[in-house]
Design a protein around this ligand. Structure first.
Ligand SMILES: NC(=O)c1ccc[n+]([C@@H]2O[C@H](COP(=O)([O-])OP(=O)(O)OC[C@H]3O[C@@H](n4cnc5c(N)ncnc54)[C@H](OP(=O)(O)O)[C@@H]3O)[C@@H](O)[C@H]2O)c1
Length: 272
């Protein structure tokens, strides 16, 4: 019987690439997204598309149970849906903060909780949470995004212990920069960086320019999907997978430098 993977946020980017890769490997794929009309998987017969906005906690059990009933199995859950809220913390509205956490963290909690009764009953399964290099190190002007990704990283590490006795393996895939809609369509800002009346505008512009420069080093979503597929299928209990050469090199530097030196380097490279 083919294995089944359930993936959130599959309209574009890493999620869409993961759908294709698992399907090409013969997996049954529950591809979930906010708007199923966005799906581009008609050429993949073993993919079924389900509506799921991860901020709708009631929708998560419905989607998980429907996919489980349709495919007859659930082996891997990939919590991928997420976006970046960028800009000064001071300017973020309550609604922006709530939406960032509702999507990047509470959405993961809801979908994971919906899957757990199935995985626990079968005494097997892999849960892969897509965090970020920004779940292991901080960049300027990304405080709220980092709060969610550092949070997910810690959540996953603790859950690893809790679920191991039930045969469920928890994993984190932490990409560096990836060429997706993340930095364009999906990005939200807490200020308009063009507005010079904003006290943080110059700092934001400098950070965005540094990110743009780094864009050339971005990985493809297909490469990140390969890391995710490896994590799902390698049979190990490895917790963290750092995905992308930029992420490996940055976290490697962080592990070898003093905190003061590393932070001075980040300040310099972002011009803040
Ligand atoms: N690209 C990077 O540089 C990078 C680096 C590190 C980590 N990541 C992480 O990788 C994951 C995927 O991002 P990506 O790079 O593939 O960007 P992307 O192309 O913008 O994809 C993000 C996906 O998340 C979905 N999404 C957003 N809010 C949602 C919600 N409430 N419910 C369900 N789906 C929702 C989007 O759906 P819609 O089409 O409906 O908006 C889209 O399918 C994210 O968790 C992101 O934090 C990305």
């Amino acid at each position: 019987m083919p294995q089944t993977v359930f993936i959130t946020g599959t309209s574009t980017g890493i999620g869409a690439a993961a759908v294709r890769l698992f399907a090409q490997h013969g997996w049954q794929v529950a591809a979930t997204m906010r708007n199923p009309a966005d799906a581009k998987f008609d050429d993949l017969p073993n993919v079924r598309v389900y509506a799921l906005d991860v901020t709708d906690a009631a929708a998560a059990p419905r989607a998980i149970q429907q996919a489980h009933a349709d495919f007859g199995s659930l082996d891997v859950l990939i919590n991928n849906a997420g976006y970046g809220l960028v800009g000064p913390f001071e300017s973020a509205t309550d609604a922006q903060i709530q939406q960032q956490f509702a999507t990047n963290m509470f959405g993961v909690f809801a979908v994971t909780r919906a899957a757990l009764p199935i995985l626990r009953a079968q005494q097997s399964g892999v849960i892969i949470n897509i965090t970020s290099v920004g779940g292991r190190t901080g960049f300027p002007m990304n405080s709220l995004y980092h709060a969610t990704k550092f949070g997910l990283d810690g959540f996953s590490e603790s859950l690893w212990y809790e679920l191991a006795p039930f045969g469920i393996r928890v994993k984190v895939v932490a990409p560096g920069g990836v060429a997706t809609d993340f930095a364009t369509r999906s990005l939200q800002m807490t200020i308009d960086p063009a507005n010079d009346a904003e006290p943080y505008a110059a700092q934001v512009r400098s950070v965005l320019a540094a990110f743009n420069e780094r864009g050339g080093a971005a990985s493809s979503p297909e490469l990140i999907a390969e890391v995710i597929f490896g994590a799902a299928t390698d049979g190990t209990s490895q917790l963290r997978y750092i995905a992308g050469e930029d992420a490996k090199s940055l976290l490697g530097a962080k592990s070898q430098m003093s905190e003061a030196d590393f932070m001075a380097m980040i300040q310099k490279s972002f011009g803040v």
